[in-house]
Design a protein around this ligand. Structure first.
Ligand code: MTE
Length: 323
């Protein structure tokens, strides 16, 4: 993406399969130190941080009940491929950010819901995720860079969160903001990007059943490189609209300007609805490369979700809708 376009890297990062070994090592280290060597408070602290790092407190929520309304016409992207080909600029501008993204600290994680709502609130992620029933859905995921994946998400429809927030009548848009903490996201030291990552949708788009808050994938809590502990997924739009690691959700009157739109509005607009007939200024969007097969397939209007979302844009000026 962006003006300084580099070739995607296919270099697969080293295996991420270390957490269990690391967990066992820390445990045996604690045992070897001997309980007497640690104060009660120190021991409790060590146990807490071991738990925070090793056992996700929401693991019991997965697998979530399958929603059969959202199935696919093509096989799922294997988890290993999906987990090692990501866009997460907070951790680098190449696709092999999985390892670097492990620096993301996801506990404690609070989400602010504010702006034009009846009662602004701040909730712990672990409380929010138990307030709304989770379900799993198979979604297509189409990046503006013309590659695609198919992902088994788990989470809840964004509209359930909107209902919980009780927006005022004056709220026209929902604005999403990621964390801002260069100490755990080295990419945020780069002055080339207006951090933090921001995205937005209209209140009508947020109320569409397809708009999804993903808290899990592949039948477990969502991996850090995918935007733990919660990210948006709008499958009818190019992937850059689907902001990762959300910290703040604001109901606003003015149209939010996303990070990519702020940098390059002629290439990454607000609507960003998938349309094979409207090329990106620097490449065609007519086809896409299915990531796990390498096959090129035709891209579909609204990424194949026209039945669910075309009505949102009826009567609107079509030129800007696909930018
Ligand atoms: N969210 C944040 N916070 N930072 C990012 O760099 N990249 C976006 C989107 N959300 C991005 C983000 C882009 S360009 C895409 S295509 C998708 O995340 C990629 O999601 P994935 O890595 O889970 O496939």
């Amino acid at each position: 993406m962006v003006a300084i376009h580099r070739r995607p890297s296919w270099a697969i990062a080293e295996s991420l399969a270390t957490p269990e070994a690391a967990y066992l090592n820390r445990r045996s280290l604690l045992q070897a130190m001997g309980i007497g060597a640690l104060s009660a408070a120190g021991l409790a602290g060590a146990a807490r941080s071991a738990r925070a790092e090793d056992a996700d407190p929401t693991a019991d929520l997965y697998p979530a009940k399958k929603n059969d309304a959202y199935t696919l016409d093509r096989p799922l992207t294997p988890e290993e491929i999906n987990a090692h080909y990501n866009n997460f600029y907070e951790y680098g501008t190449q696709k092999d950010v999985a390892e670097a993204a492990q620096q993301l600290v996801i506990r404690p994680w609070e989400i602010a819901i504010d702006g034009l709502v009846e009662q602004p609130m701040t909730l712990a992620f672990d409380d929010l995720v138990r307030k709304i029933p989770l379900e799993s859905r198979l979604y297509r995921h189409r990046c503006v860079e013309a590659w695609s994946m198919t992902i088994p998400w788990a989470g809840f429809p964004l509209k359930a969160l909107v209902a919980m927030a009780k927006p005022l009548g004056s709220a026209k848009f929902v604005r999403f903001e990621t964390f801002l903490d260069p100490s755990m996201a080295p990419g945020q030291n780069s002055f080339l990007y207006p951090w933090p990552y921001v995205e937005g949708v209209t209140i009508e788009e947020a109320a569409n059943d397809l708009a999804f808050i993903a808290t899990g994938a592949y039948d477990k809590p969502i991996a850090k490189q995918h935007g733990a502990p919660l990210r948006l997924h709008l499958p009818w739009k190019y992937g850059f609209k689907s902001i990762k690691s959300i910290r703040r959700i604001s109901f606003v009157e003015e149209r939010p300007v996303g990070l990519w739109e702020a940098i390059q509005p002629s290439e990454y607009g607000f609507w960003a609805n998938v349309n094979p007939e409207v090329p990106h200024p620097r490449w065609s969007q007519a086809t896409e490369r299915v990531l796990h097969t390498g096959e090129r397939v035709p891209t579909l209007l609204f990424n194949g979700y026209a039945d669910q979302v075309a009505g949102l844009y009826a009567g609107m000026d079509s030129a800007s809708l696909y930018m």
